[in-house]
Write a protein that binds this ligand. Structure first.
Ligand SMILES: Cc1ncc(COP(=O)(O)O)c(C=O)c1O
Length: 438
């Protein structure tokens, strides 16, 4: 242990000084699994609306949006006011409900199409983990079927065939990390996305063991084909499996009613985070009362009782921020504007790419968008693997160097506060980046 005098608490202010500290005290000099190349790595200082600044004062148009949590942009006044007011009333209470969490739960049950009940968790990963556990408890079966390339969070059941370099030996999944128990990986079955024929074949063979099918309605940047989601629903009905729709990204984003509204599909359970959370530590599982009700603590000791618990479940600061966000998102015309901006951004970006003869497409579903080095909308992970990912990351790196905060190779977001000025600046930056790319 170091003496107080030798502590590394940063009095330093410059990015370089902070990186020197970070390189020593953080294992990856960053957060999560993103490790940006030296020439583009930055330490974020603050954000306002659609813009963010690093500690050296460099300004960026933010298209990461807190990984999609900040649908209203940074520091939205209504959200800030709600969170501050609640923090002053009490930052957290554990073991008993709080009034804000009850109000939010009622709102979510009203507003999430499949929700008869919700159960709180803290992160999107926790929500998908609980949904899988509930499905196992409800059906008495162990296996979960997921789609190749889908991201459902960081736990051992989720990171199976999420980042494959080659397509798999379906339905066998591949571990994405050291440290994952083989027994966990083998409880996951994997199928290519948007491929109903293969799904039917796997389900016909393994349905007696499958508790649920979990799917992202937009898998990273790949939109589900409507008949695919409806096909999953039908198969689940036919074989007594549960359909878990992972709406951590798409909930309250594609539309107010999320992908369930966008695709007109009703899962048994849906998982929510990001917008649900208001940028804070809160997420939930929504859906059928007979399934979520298995976590009722009064059922402890009964068959089917399913354990849920977490220090921050139902956190009132995050709940207050979420309620403020939902109020804003409920205003007329918000989604037309949000999705319309992404549409214009992609159409205009495509013109720039074409003018420079860059073999890439600017794709979006709702406010999720990305520039991909391929010819047409991808259908599954095989299309992503076949695309020129090195070129995609090179262009994204050039965009970052021109003041656009995008994580190279990662799907990005538009928020409700992106402006015409942002659009003009983005297109100018893209034009310049394309010139440098060539
Ligand atoms: C579809 C989906 N599910 C689950 C998660 C996990 O959420 P969290 O990072 O809050 O654990 C994410 C995170 O990006 C996600 O995109």
């Amino acid at each position: 242990m170091s003496s107080p005098a030798a502590k590394t608490t940063p009095a330093a202010q410059s990015q370089q000084e902070l990186f020197e500290i970070a390189d020593r005290v953080l294992p990856r000099s960053g957060l999560g699994s993103y490790s940006l190349a030296d020439e583009i790595r930055l330490i974020y200082s603050h954000g306002e609306g659609s813009r963010m600044w690093d500690v050296d004062g460099d300004e960026y148009i933010d298209y990461v949006g807190g990984a999609g949590a900040l649908i209203l942009g940074h520091s939205h006044p209504a959200v800030v006011a709600a969170a501050q007011a609640q923090y002053a009333r009490g930052a957290h209470m554990f073991g008993s409900l709080n009034d804000v969490a009850v109000r939010l739960a009622a709102r979510l049950v009203d507003d999430i199409p499949c929700a008869e009940m919700i159960a709180y968790a803290t992160t999107g990963s926790e929500a998908t983990g609980y949904a899988m556990r509930l499905a196992r408890a409800f059906t008495g079966r162990d296996k979960i079927l997921k789609f190749e390339g889908a991201y459902h969070g960081n736990h051992d059941y989720a990171i199976v065939s999420t980042f494959p370099k080659a397509t798999g030996d379906y339905p066998q999944g591949a571990a994405d990390s050291s440290g994952q128990p083989a027994a966990t990986v083998s409880t996951m079955l994997v199928c290519p996305y948007n491929d109903l024929a293969t799904l039917r074949r796997i389900v016909a063979e393994h349905h007696a063991d499958i508790a649920a099918i979990i799917a992202e309605p937009v898998q990273r940047i790949i939109p589900a084909e409507a008949e695919f989601l409806h096909g999953i629903r039908a198969l689940c009905d036919e074989y007594g499996m549960l359909f878990i729709l992972d709406e951590v990204v798409t909930g309250f984003r594609l539309a107010y009613g999320g992908a369930q509204q966008w695709y007109d599909v009703k899962p048994d359970l849906s998982t929510h985070g990001k917008v649900v959370g208001g940028g804070g530590p809160l997420s939930c599982v929504a859906g059928r009362a007979d399934v979520i009700g298995l976590s009722d603590p009064k059922r402890k000791g009964e068959p089917g009782y399913t354990y849920f618990n977490g220090t921050l479940h139902g956190n009132p600061v995050a709940a207050a921020a979420t309620l403020a966000m939902l109020d804003e998102l409920g205003k007329p015309g918000i989604y037309d504007r949000l999705n319309g901006f992404a549409d214009e951004l992609c159409r205009e970006s495509q013109k720039v790419l074409d003018r420079h003869a860059i073999p890439a497409i600017a794709e979006h579903t709702g406010s999720l968008w990305q520039i991909l080095f391929m010819e047409k909308t991808p259908r599954n992970q095989a299309d992503i693997i076949a695309s020129d990912q090195a070129a995609m990351r090179r262009l994204d790196t050039l965009l970052m160097q021109r003041g656009q905060y995008v994580l190279p190779g990662v799907r990005r977001f538009v928020s409700t506060v992106h402006t015409e000025q942002d659009l003009a600046d983005t297109l100018r930056g893209l034009d310049d980046a394309c010139r440098a790319f060539r």
